[in-house]
Design a protein around this ligand. Structure first.
Ligand code: ZN
Length: 234
């Protein structure tokens, strides 16, 4: 088939509405905009995964979920970290606990080899991932303090769902989601590599990625002094 014979697809049949119910012109369509429509949950039916998280974290049953689903999208995290957060919310991460339910693992944490490896243990409680959170906390609090905001701490709820509400939720969530993504990479490297890297290497890679993200933000349209403080503190 020559190039000219290739079938083409027109998106003119697509009618995407904005939040006010108006059609969005095709030339104004952006992937971020389309994703925001997909992430926006209008119906009030609670998802199964939302009930599970409420149980795990001891949340009120009237917990507001709408902004939690947008946290990933609104953050400045990489696509991989955003996707990972999306899977995390849907409980679609194959931890050892998950594999043990299928008879494929003893369920023990790959990193500490002591506790049961579920999402909360691996990402929040495991002693072996503390260096990641200490570094993420140091970076964000240095920047927040520099512009007159109090320090923040990352609870299990913040780590699992994101940090809300806060003027700099997008920034804080960027650090949380990127850190989780690097914890997962570190954990997989420990599980699958013949010669796994040390945790310090992954903390170094995480910081390099964060520096890259916030360096770009410093020169972007929505530049803010907190971006500069974060970049300088890494
Ligand atoms: Zn552990």
């Amino acid at each position: 088939m020559s190039v000219d014979e290739r079938p083409t697809m027109s998106i003119s049949f697509l009618k995407v509405l904005d939040v006010y119910g108006k059609f969005i012109k095709y030339n104004k369509l952006r992937s971020k905009l389309i994703l925001s429509q997909l992430y926006c949950r209008n119906n009030q039916t609670k998802l199964h995964t939302e009930s599970r998280w409420e149980e795990r974290l001891g949340l009120e049953s009237n917990f507001k979920w709408q902004h939690i689903w947008k946290n990933g999208l609104d953050s400045y995290a990489s696509i991989k970290a955003k996707n990972f957060q999306w899977k995390f919310l849907y409980n679609a991460i194959f931890t050892e606990h998950r594999l043990s339910l299928m008879g494929l693992s003893n369920g023990l944490c790959i990193l500490c080899k002591t506790h049961h490896e579920n999402l909360i243990h691996l990402f929040c409680d495991c002693e072996k991932v503390k260096p990641f959170w200490e570094e993420a906390n140091r970076i964000i609090n240095r920047a927040l303090n520099a512009i007159g905001y109090p320090s923040v701490t990352f609870s299990a709820q913040n780590i699992a769902l994101g940090y809300n509400p806060h003027k700099f939720s997008n920034v804080i969530n960027t650090l949380i989601f990127e850190t989780k993504w690097y914890i997962w990479k570190y954990r997989n490297d420990t599980k699958f590599s013949i010669r796994p890297l040390q945790i310090q290497s992954f903390v170094f890679f995480l910081k390099a990625d964060l520096k890259n993200i916030f360096s770009h933000k410093c020169h972007g349209e929505e530049s803010n002094e907190i971006f500069q403080y974060i970049k300088d503190g890494i």
